[in-house]
Design a protein around this ligand. Structure first.
Ligand code: UDP
Ligand code: MG
Length: 342
């Protein structure tokens, strides 16, 4: 058994502690962010409830397990439907957020809530694109000792050409920028309570979860699935939201764009400056004038690049990421360790 972090010892009273060996059944929560999903939410709740019931009957998870819907400020009837579902079914819980903060934010909020009540969670979309039949296999992988289980898309049936092409391009571009994200993993993912607690230490303003989770460094496994078409309703990711999402991912995970500007500036300045030096003494012609312009442009870029380096440092400081996440503390530590400190 791996060592547990110090934080693990401070359990919320509502959470029984005897699951930490990953042997006895866990309390399991499914976290589902939803925004204007009135067309599909009831069906999703039904599907998930059936899976949970079966898993409880099989003794895989405990009866205190839940499906948590996070309503991300829906403007349609989603919340009313959720209210009704919660009343009728003790397996379902719902959290309503103020305003529409976006998918990542809603998911983050759900995970932060869930971590105080469950040993393990799975996050997924509300539209049944993520196959609920995969859930038991993911939970099995958790019992095998994995804190994170990624559901990797083998195929993206039912997604338009633009969506598939942009997703393909995005993951490869991010890799080129030095921010590697497991390819074709969305946010359909299992996370143990320990992994969510570690994630909660990342003080990011705009969490880009699928990039941050691999940074946690917990033991992980994969299952693969065919991504299905959306059951009902339309995608809630507008083009603007997708661009925002991609930029958040890039900026929160990579400082390489700033380095590239700096290097470009240096190269431009050196080439143009070198040319000017070599042609010194000759009659000034169009080439020299052009070279001076390029040298000045190079110098400007270099200036921006250097400034950017400093801004990059500030950005990292502002993000307030933990320097490291403790995996284990052994020996006599006494009683004066602040829980969660590293
Ligand atoms: N979603 C959300 N807030 C938003 C946009 C989307 O909570 O502002 C939810 C949405 O209801 C769904 C999930 O995030 O459960 C993924 O969104 P969607 O299925 O529209 O994205 P796609 O699968 O098309 O990328
Ligand atoms: Mg979807």
């Amino acid at each position: 058994m791996r060592g547990r972090t110090q934080e693990t010892k401070t359990m919320t009273p509502s959470l029984p502690e005897d699951q930490t060996e990953k042997k006895s059944p866990a309390i399991f929560w499914v976290v589902v962010p939803c925004f204007n999903e009135e067309e599909v939410i009831e069906e999703t709740a039904g599907e998930l409830r059936a899976r949970l019931m079966a898993m409880i009957e099989d003794g895989l998870i405990r009866p205190e397990s839940r499906v948590l819907f996070v309503d991300d400020g829906s403007r349609d009837g989603t919340w009313e439907i959720l209210r009704r579902l919660v009343k009728a079914d003790p397996l379902i819980a719902a959290l309503r957020l103020r305003g529409n903060g976006g998918h990542q934010n809603a998911l983050y909020a759900g995970l932060m809530e869930a971590k105080d009540y469950c040993h393990v969670s799975v996050s997924m979309d509300a539209d049944l694109q993520d196959d609920p039949d995969l859930i038991p296999a993911m939970v099995e992988k958790f019992y095998e000792g994995n804190d994170i289980v990624y559901a990797v898309r083998k195929s993206r049936r039912g997604e338009g050409l633009f969506k598939r092409a942009s997703a393909f391009g995005f993951y490869r571009f991010m890799e080129a920028m030095g921010a590697s994200i497991p390819k074709d993993c969305g946010d359909f993912r299992l996370m143990s309570r320990e992994a969510i607690k570690a994630l909660s230490l990342f003080g990011e303003d705009r969490p880009f979860l699928r990039g941050l989770v691999p940074l946690l460094g917990f033991p992980s496994a994969q299952v693969t699935f065919d991504r299905r078409p959306r059951k009902r309703g339309r995608s809630k990711y507008s083009l603007k939201a997708m661009v925002r999402f991609a930029l958040d991912g890039l900026i929160s995970l990579s400082a390489r764009p700033i380095h590239l500007i700096l290097i470009g500036g240096i190269l431009l300045f050196l080439t143009a400056g070198g040319y000017l030096l070599c042609s010194a003494g000759r009659e000034p012609g169009v080439r020299q004038i052009l070279a001076s312009i390029w040298a000045a442009a190079g110098l400007t870029l270099l200036g921006i690049g250097v400034t950017g380096e400093y801004i990059g440092r500030i950005w990292r400081e502002m993000a307030g990421r933990p320097r490291y996440i403790a995996r284990e503390r052994i020996g006599e530590w006494g009683g004066n360790i602040t829980p969660g400190s590293n």
